[in-house]
Design a binder for this molecule. Structure first.
Ligand code: CA
Ligand code: CA
Ligand code: CA
Ligand code: CA
Ligand code: CA
Ligand code: CA
Ligand code: CA
Length: 345
């Protein structure tokens, strides 16, 4: 399937009519906010390798805290810890009771980084207070793991990025700043490619920059050519970023193109050529619009999601004609791959 999907990379989409539509199979329970509030923001996934169907979808409520959902969209738990903006997950974080998932997020009230462990028993705060950032405000956030070392990146709206090295300390976590990066313009969405050692950062009205993710790497970013408005498929803001990384070499980088309610797909490697764009249309579950954060988990979750899941925040959640508070939509990655493949002439 992936080989055939790769074949569409030569087929450039030139206008929105070319965007293919896919449909969500599941939506999460809405966040605990008023209709019309911009509250749901950024999703993440904890993959349960022993029981994939017992994996969890996590979502930030940027007014309230962290939400945890089952794969069917029902709520598992909420931690009303404060204004969590963006979140991310990595597996294999050492604790006294064995390796667990690490959930991290940017905490705007505490201007710092907060962390939880996650396993089949649920989430547990690893710290009672945030690791304090020196940024004026914290906004975007992502994790990066290489050779057993965990890092976090956090950014401010003004384009400053801190890189933290994280260490397990018993059942807590500590960290130190190891590098700062700077971009002009408003940044938020970030994703790190653990296997290939790259960090992608979206400048909302410019495009996606690529950096070396290792703290010893170059601090100069490269703007991905296909991610700017020179590409007619991109309409600012460039918001959430996610990586489809089923192995250590091939895959895709996906960006929320907020200005035209679509998702732009680029090659994971090389010059990150543009592959095509898709939308999440109205089906059994309503479609997505004005998406902030997105996430992709390239694991098999069983029959419903054999190639993984794509999750998108929805700016305007409806049930029929009734408006609801915001939530997150879940799409089978196999459907996205097939939809883009079907465009092939
Ligand atoms: Ca929003
Ligand atoms: Ca995220
Ligand atoms: Ca934003
Ligand atoms: Ca925006
Ligand atoms: Ca956001
Ligand atoms: Ca919607
Ligand atoms: Ca809905």
């Amino acid at each position: 399937m992936m080989g055939a999907f790769l074949a569409v990379s030569a087929c450039q989409s030139s206008d929105n009519a070319d965007f293919v539509a896919v449909y969500a199979t599941v939506e999460t329970v809405p966040v605990d906010a008023a209709v019309g509030d911009d509250a749901a923001d950024d999703p993440a996934v904890w993959f349960n390798a022993e029981q994939p169907l017992e994996s969890r979808i996590l979502g930030s409520d940027k007014k309230r805290g962290l939400e945890v959902f089952h794969l069917d969209g029902t709520r598992d738990t909420t931690d009303a810890i404060g204004r969590i903006n963006n979140i991310d997950v990595r597996l294999g974080f050492p604790t006294s009771t064995g390796p667990k998932g690490l959930v991290g997020g940017s905490h705007r009230d505490q201007v710092g980084l907060v962390f939880w462990s996650i396993d089949a028993q649920g989430i547990r705060r690893l710290r009672s207070t945030a690791l304090k950032s020196q940024l004026e405000d914290v906004y975007g956030f992502c994790l990066y793991k290489t050779n057993g070392t965990f890092y976090a990146f956090v950014n401010s709206k003004t384009g400053d990025i801190e890189q933290w090295e994280l260490t397990a300390t018993g059942d807590s976590i500590d960290g130190k700043r190891v590098r700062t990066l700077h971009l002009g313009g408003q940044v938020e969405g970030m994703v790190a490619d653990d296997a290939l050692g790259t960090l992608f950062v979206g400048v909302e009205d410019e495009g996606i920059y690529r950096f070396d993710a290792l703290p010893t790497g170059s601090s100069t970013g490269t703007l991905l050519e296909a991610s700017t408005a020179e590409n007619p498929a991109i309409a600012y803001d460039v918001e959430g970023l996610a990586l489809f990384a089923p192995n250590d070499s091939t895959g895709y980088l996906v960006a929320s193109s907020q200005g035209n309610n679509s998702y732009a797909v680029f090659e994971r490697t090389g010059k990150h050529a543009y592959v095509g764009s898709f939308t999440v249309g109205d089906g059994t579950v309503d479609g997505t619009s004005e998406t902030d954060g997105i996430e992709i988990a390239a694991f098999s979750f069983g029959e419903s999601y054999p190639a993984g899941i794509f999750i998108a925040q929805d700016g305007a959640n409806t049930d029929g004609t009734v408006s609801k508070p915001q939530n997150f939509k879940v799409v089978s990655w196999a459907e996205i791959a097939q939809a883009l493949l079907a465009k092939k002439p």
